[in-house]
Design a protein around this ligand. Structure first.
Ligand SMILES: [Zn+2]
Length: 108
């Protein structure tokens, strides 16, 4: 009783660890080893979707936007880079390595 098993595992060309290269939602650079998930609409405001961001980008968002402002941006499709501080941050971080994390001025 020869059962023919369709074993095509040899035929899959998916590499074992194929992580699709994701880009940061804020700065648009490829993500590094550490990826933060950010809620464009805060959970407290009913947001369910998350986007991948660099930890440093997430901190920048947290530092510059309140929950209400994030909702306003999301609802009106205003990019966060509309904020001058954030725009300057994106330019500044553009040529930093993906895992760059400024540890300066921690501990406020
Ligand atoms: Zn980023």
């Amino acid at each position: 009783m020869a059962r023919k098993i369709r074993d095509e595992s040899w035929n899959t060309d998916e590499p074992a660890e194929s992580a699709p290269a994701e880009l940061c939602w804020l700065c648009g650079r490829p993500l590094g080893k550490t990826v933060d998930r950010f809620h464009p609409i805060p959970k407290s405001r009913g947001g369910r979707d998350t986007v991948p961001v660099h930890p440093i980008c997430r901190e920048t968002i947290d530092a510059n936007f309140s929950a209400g402002e994030l909702v306003r941006h999301a609802e009106n499709s205003i990019p966060l880079s509309d904020n001058e501080t954030v725009a300057r941050f994106i330019k500044w971080v553009a040529n930093k390595p993906a895992d760059f994390h400024s540890a300066t001025k921690a501990g406020r």
